[in-house]
Design a binder for this molecule. Structure first.
Ligand code: FES
Length: 56
C-alpha cells in the first residue's frame, strides 16, 4: 500500500529500508525521501518503522 503519495513510496519499501539497517524516520527519509514534502505520511511511516523494528 502507498504510504507516501508525494513520492509513491509503499510500506514494503519502508520495511525493506529497515531490513537494510535504517532505524528511524530520519534514516528512511534520507534513503527514500519519505516525508520530505508535505509530511502527511510521517506518522504512518514512523509507525511502520517502529513495528518493523520489533520484527528485526
Ligand atoms: Fe509523503 Fe507527502 S505524502 S511527503
Amino acid at each position: 500500500m502507498y504510504v507516501c503519495l508525494c513520492h509513491a513510496i509503499t510500506d514494503s519499501q519502508i520495511k525493506a529500508a529497515v531490513s537494510l539497517g535504517d532505524s528511524s524516520l530520519a534514516d528512511v527519509k534520507k534513503r527514500l525521501g519519505v516525508a520530505d514534502q508535505c509530511g502527511k505520511c510521517a506518522r504512518m511511516a514512523n509507525q511502520i518503522i517502529q513495528t518493523q523494528l520489533e520484527y528485526e
